[in-house]
Design a protein around this ligand. Structure first.
Ligand code: SF4
Length: 372
């Protein structure tokens, strides 16, 4: 496969980009990309594509032309997160322990909680983020394949994220498996756009391509992880799946108050006879205020989704700028449109997730999908 090397050593480029170029240039390294949900509706901004357009197919094509060997969708990791996080929520409710359960997929929030509310870190879900789960799975998958086939090759996992905080998450000790870093380089949407330009690829003209198998089917629920309320909506879809999963149920969840841009949103669902109280908060100022109220006993929840960036990852610090009100709105709309058009709306319906649990994870959820 043709590999494009960074055309200039004279221009100062960020360290992560350099490492990715080096990996792409190394014939003994398999370079694997995973693309976060919110990236697809923002990267087009860097190339004059209409706001909120889903450019996932073009990005896949561009990465292949740059020499990436395999390209995947982080939404697959989000589907795994939904499985693990809903299981954890149900268990904690049954045992009535460490409630509310706080989500763990936003490293900006996790770090903030560790610094400002260390007494609450036990309440944060032990689930790795979608980036963390998927990188661990990818490394494990290629290691197993290479051992079987007697191939001696290094796997270098690059995550393309809307987020600068994901770089810090990637190097955390609790995001290593057997002491090895799972995500080798985390680059932002803006950095990916810069690399595409350096490779002299005309993004606007690239034909859309699909991601690779065997992780190539993802759910719409996983895609909306990129917008505030999306994690909660995906978890609620999963929890309500068994009893009444149908379009009516999806519609009810959609209109239950977890969509929209208010700083704090609330909803509840019944789990048997138990009412499960849920809050969705975005922006660290809003989160801090909400937590003080929870600590003071003024508010009471079982599940709290926290995203550090207002509106969620669509407005992450690694996304292209400027992003005014229309851009914000169109990115959110873009992700919801991808969800609506998805054949698979919930992680439960994703046939590959079940296969991965049975054939690859094989009882090693704690090792591959959770932190300490
Ligand atoms: Fe990163 Fe912001 Fe998304 Fe948190 S909300 S994961 S800080 S982009």
């Amino acid at each position: 496969q043709c590999r494009v090397v960074c055309p200039t050593g004279a221009i100062t480029i960020k360290k992560d980009e350099e490492r990715v170029w080096e990996a792409l240039d190394d014939p003994n390294t398999r370079v694997v990309a995973q693309i976060a949900p919110a990236v697809r509706v923002a990267i087009g901004d860097s190339f004059g594509i209409p706001k909120g357009t889903n450019s996932m197919g073009k990005l896949v094509g561009a990465l292949r032309r740059m020499g990436f060997d395999k390209v995947y969708d982080t939404t697959f990791g989000a589907d795994l997160t939904v499985y693990e996080e809903s299981k954890e929520l149900v268990e904690r409710i049954q045992n009535n322990e460490k409630l509310p359960l706080f989500t763990s997929c936003c490293p900006g929030w996790v770090k903030f909680c560790e610094n400002k509310f260390p007494e609450l870190t036990d309440h944060i879900s032990t689930c790795r983020s979608p980036q963390g789960m998927f990188s661990a799975l990818l490394k494990d998958y290629y290691r197993t394949q290479d051992e079987k086939e007697g191939v001696d090759m290094k796997t270098f996992v690059v995550s393309i994220m809307p987020c600068t905080a994901k770089k810090g998450e990637a190097i955390r000790d609790d995001y290593k498996t057997d002491g090895v870093q799972d995500t080798d380089a985390s680059i932002t949407t803006a950095e990916a756009a810069r690399m595409i330009r350096r490779a002299a690829i005309k993004f606007e003209d690239i034909e859309e391509e699909a991601v690779d198998m065997p992780f190539g089917i993802v759910s719409g629920g996983g895609v909306i992880f990129g917008v505030t309320g999306g994690v909660t909506e995906a978890v609620l879809r999963k929890i309500s799946y068994d009893k009444d999963h149908n379009h009516k149920a999806l519609g009810e969840i959609k209109f239950s108050g977890i969509r929209g841009i208010e700083g704090v949103k609330e909803t509840s669902i019944m789990l048997g006879d138990r009412e499960v109280k849920i809050a969705v908060v975005h922006g660290l100022g809003n989160a801090s205020k909400l937590i003080e109220e929870i600590k003071a006993g003024k508010r009471n929840y079982d599940f709290v989704e926290v995203m550090a960036c207002k509106r969620g990852c669509v407005m992450g610090g690694g996304q292209p700028v400027p992003a005014g009100p229309r851009t914000k709105q169109m990115r959110m709309k873009g992700l919801y449109s991808v969800d609506t058009a998805s054949q698979v709306r919930t992680s439960n319906e994703n046939p590959l997730v079940r296969l991965v649990y049975d054939d690859m994870i094989n009882g090693r959820e704690h090792k591959l999908l959770h932190t300490r």
